[in-house]
Design a protein. Structure first.
Length: 304
């Protein structure tokens, strides 16, 4: 949900940047150095694609210069963290495809019905998102994949995307897509929204307001991003378990979507949190919820 930020809460956006950007940069430097020493083509491919992606975001006015740079850094971090070995399997089998899916879905959603959104006063800035917004929406995914970075290189190559870190990163990306798509589509197709806490009718753009059409669009976006992610990261081994995994991961994204609305209806409306903080906490909740679901399913399977 795009709105004029309360200047009193700008520190929250700066804190998110401080949490995401330095650690993501460290991740890129460490992995870039290791791959340069062992397989230079991985470094040049990752850096090149990330730069092109950042320039595309800026050229399409989907983000400011700072936002494009932050997005490029997160792209490089996710690509490095999710490399499949042998590298001949290509960069298509990693974190890039689901990240592109998030970008395409959110960019298209913001452009659909823009004239109506401008009349409502809820349209995204013509300059696109800023760096804090990108960090708030995508930073958790990069941080969630960080355990793969600090593991031994041999373990990264042998067990890439079999760890909970990859599952968590996908849940965060699913929530990021679901949140934006739900908000943008709900404004043009959902009619008058209702507050998630009381179900009373509110004006479009109200924090915590939801619509049936917007929510369904968000759910679809979460499943699409997750499906792309599991296809690119793990392949289609075992069709039944493949779709079970997608469903469990997407449920985490949907939980984050609803948690976002709940925070908007309560803490954001009271001006205790700004929109960046709400988005960051919502993607984090998707990760934590997904981990909890996987832990419960695994525990029950082991005791059945």
């Amino acid at each position: 949900m795009i709105r004029e930020e309360n200047q009193r809460l700008r520190w929250q956006s700066k804190l998110i940047l401080l949490l995401v950007v330095p650690w993501t940069a460290i991740s890129v430097v460490l992995q870039g150095y290791w791959w340069t020493m062992h397989e230079p083509v991985v470094t040049w491919t990752t850096v090149g694609i990330s730069v092109v992606f950042a320039l595309t975001v800026w050229k399409l006015r989907a983000g400011t210069v700072g936002a494009a740079a932050t997005g490029g850094l997160i792209t490089a971090s996710l690509m490095f963290s999710t490399i499949r070995y042998p590298y001949e399997w290509s960069w298509l089998h990693g974190g890039l495809p689901p990240l592109i899916a998030v970008f395409v879905l959110t960019f298209a959603a913001t452009k659909i019905g823009r004239a109506k959104k401008e009349r409502l006063g809820t349209a995204e800035s013509k300059r696109g998102r800023n760096a804090a917004q990108v960090a708030a929406n995508l930073g958790v995914a990069a941080l969630a994949a960080y355990p793969l970075v600090v593991s031994a290189p041999e373990r990264i190559l042998q067990t890439s995307f079999q760890a909970i870190a990859s599952f968590s990163a996908l849940a965060a990306l699913a929530e990021a897509a679901a949140d934006t798509v739900s908000s943008e589509i709900g404004q043009i197709m959902g009619g008058q929204p209702r507050l998630i806490t009381t179900l009373r009718r509110v004006e479009p753009g109200t924090d915590g307001g939801i619509t049936a059409a917007g929510t369904l669009a968000g759910v679809a976006a979460a499943f699409l991003v997750t499906a792309v992610g599991f296809w690119s990261m793990r392949g289609s081994r075992g069709v039944a378990s493949y779709w079970v995994s997608i469903t469990l991961c997407a449920i985490g994204g949907v939980f984050g979507l609803l948690f976002d609305s709940l925070l908007g209806a309560t803490l954001e409306r009271r001006q205790w949190l700004n929109n960046d903080a709400v988005n960051f906490l919502s993607t984090l909740s998707a990760v934590l919820f997904s981990i909890a679901v996987v832990a419960i399913v695994t525990w029950k399977s082991g005791h059945s």
